[in-house]
Design a protein around this ligand. Structure first.
Ligand SMILES: Nc1ncnc2c1ncn2[C@@H]1O[C@H](COP(=O)(O)OP(=O)(O)OP(=O)(O)O)[C@@H](O)[C@H]1O
Ligand SMILES: [Mg+2]
Length: 257
């Protein structure tokens, strides 16, 4: 069991401890009643998450940051628990049209934040630099299911994919981006987005960063949806003509993270 800093212990009810089962990263998320403690390895991402959560407060629904601390080379973030359920809740998996409309509203909420003084630039130059670091330090585990979904057979290694991404950079349209816009990171209550979590990659990035991962998340959940549902309806709800090259590009880029 990870140690909890004394200052945080004083703010939570330790008897209500309950662990999250959803997260797949190496962070630990513990629920204490209406509060949530996220413990991550000391990193730029966990630091960015704390800052973005504070910066986004009042602009879009995010948890309130209650306390942050560096302790034993770990980053601790104590925040309020979001109301509602995750977008991957069984209720919404059974109602994908309603779900897609809510996700489209969530994307529009982010794009409506016009004040870009958040201080975190997540443009391609920066993302590719981080991707290169991950490739060089052997931190990449390519997911064959994603390549199968894209019908992609070209890439034999992370280096190969990285070089292709470097050579095929699309033009960027900067907006406020969540950075990991997938169903478990979006909360819904009463048919509306009630909050966003997992903000370690949030910042200013191309519009298609979030469109692509939202679309991927819908496609990945298709097996749970009724058969007549078409994930491409996301684009109608966003009122855009999809740029398939960019969608491919950002889904492939995410493989290096
Ligand atoms: N403030 C919060 N309120 C409610 N639930 C939360 C909160 N923070 C985290 N969770 C829950 O914990 C899960 C994991 O949290 P988060 O996504 O931040 O961690 P992670 O380990 O980075 O996850 P992953 O990398 O797998 O997406 C979320 O999907 C959500 O269900
Ligand atoms: Mg998450």
């Amino acid at each position: 069991m990870l140690p909890i800093p004394e200052r945080m212990k004083a703010m939570i009810d330790l008897t209500q401890r309950c662990y999250d089962q959803i997260g797949q990263s190496d962070s630990t998320v513990i629920f204490f009643g209406d509060k949530v403690l996220k413990i991550s390895r000391e990193s730029v991402e966990s630091w960015q998450e704390m800052h973005m959560m504070q910066w986004l407060s009042g602009k879009i629904p995010v948890p309130d940051v209650l306390c942050t601390e560096k302790y034993h080379r770990l980053d601790y973030l104590l925040m309020t628990r979001l109301p509602g359920v995750m977008a991957c809740d069984a209720y919404y998996l059974a109602r994908p049209k309603e779900l897609t409309a809510i996700l489209a509203e969530g994307l529009k909420m982010l794009w409506a934040v016009k004040d870009t003084g958040c201080g975190y630039n997540c443009n391609l130059y920066k993302k590719l630099r981080m991707a290169h670091h991950n490739v060089r330090h052997d931190k990449v585990d390519l997911d064959s299911r994603v390549f199968a979904m894209l019908g992609e057979k070209r890439f034999v290694s992370p280096e190969h994919l990285f070089n292709w991404l470097l050579e095929h950079r699309p033009e960027e349209e900067p907006v406020l981006s969540h950075g990991d816009f997938c169903l478990p990171n979006i909360f819904i209550q009463n048919g509306k987005v009630s909050g966003f979590v997992d903000l370690g990659r949030a910042g200013i990035a191309d519009k298609y960063q979030d469109i692509a991962l939202c679309y991927r998340s819908l496609r990945q959940n298709c097996k749970h949806f009724p058969e007549d549902f078409d994930p491409d309806s996301l684009f109608e709800m966003l009122e855009i003509t999809p740029d398939w090259e960019k969608i491919r590009y950002y889904i492939l880029l995410d493989e290096l993270f």
